[in-house]
Design a protein around this ligand. Sequence first.
Ligand code: ZN
Length: 434
Amino acid sequence: MTLTKTLSFQLDIQTKNGESRLLESRQEARKAYNRTIELAKQGTDWNKIPDIIKQEVDLVVNTTQRIVEKALEAMENYYDFDDYNLPSHNKDSPYPLRSNYTEGYNLFLSGDAIQFRISGKPYKPVKGTLEGSKRDIELVRKGLENDRWKLGTSEVIKKNGNYELHVNITDTETEVRDSSTSQTLIGVDINEDNVALTAVSENGVEDSIVIEFPEVKSERHKYHTIRNRVQESEKYSTYNAISNKEQRFVRDRVHKLSRTIVDWASQFDPPCIVFEDLKDMRDEINYGKRMNRRLHAMPFGLIQKYTTYKANFVGIPVVKINPEYTSQECVNCGHKSKSNRHKKRFKCQECEYQDHSDRNASINIAERGVKEYVSWNVPSLNNPPVCRTVRRKASGIVDVPTATKSNQKDLSNATLSVLTAGRSSGVKPRSSSR
Ligand SMILES: [Zn+2]
């Protein structure tokens, strides 16, 4: 299997006037982009566009080609997918400088560090050192030393005032471990405002975590509202700008969330990630309000897709199970009922077993993974450890200072309201407003 991943680095620029050289190159890249779109709109033969742009733009030839390619891709998407999102040929901010490894940019090992050399305009290279996570630096090292890993196109962009280099790296021989060899199954329950994870091994529930991200839902709602308003006034360019902004926001958050899921799963002995099968969920309209709400509120498919990709990249298998009743079934006695669940509280009507309802669902998901994909027996799951709640923010993961013991028979209202307060703000306690 071949998998490609994008690594991000900050650029520690050591060339004099390096920043302004990069800016000039990005302005030139914008010119290449805008001109390509303009020509395409005029009906110029797409095969002829690259040669025309090469004459007009002062960039390394290969880099020009990459940018023309990107612009034509945008045109193609317009023709293929929608009728109104016509790319503009008046982009006014500098464009990402896109180039091929060894042609527009180069990387070198220098002791423990990685040096870069970026040539936007010919004969005006910018040099310096890459700064990034250990993991990403290590992958570049593999790319430089090992034939199995291939460095691909990169983009120079400016983010929050800093220059960054985004490098594609391909693992040409990714081996995803066979799911049947897994000793820990990680059940993933995706909800409107959180993702609950539970790790189940032969010994029972190893650990659980609930990752909250209230911002995705609220941002989606915000953009949705603005979009409707704009749509009414028929300002399509504003409409597109908003859609793109929302998409970037959601993708960014989903990337970080899926990274957190894979990191959490990685701490266990050969893990396997278990998702609910989205196809089954769509087919089964009868799942009712909760399922519909989840499907609408969360970029469900995107979370599964990004997580699968990142997991596979490090060899972790991902499987899917039938989602029927995962949120209504009691881990203790197997009783299934809608009334077992009241929002975030699970209380079995049959045996009175209690838990955080999303955590309970994630245990069920992991359990189905065990039944379907490995040869060991399902252990007893009715005595899980305390479930920790953390909040996923742009800056990273933050602990929410609440915890609940799952299997207390009398999970008090006090504990529950602390839980609710933690979710809403972490500061102001909200008495039970249910
Ligand atoms: Zn029960």
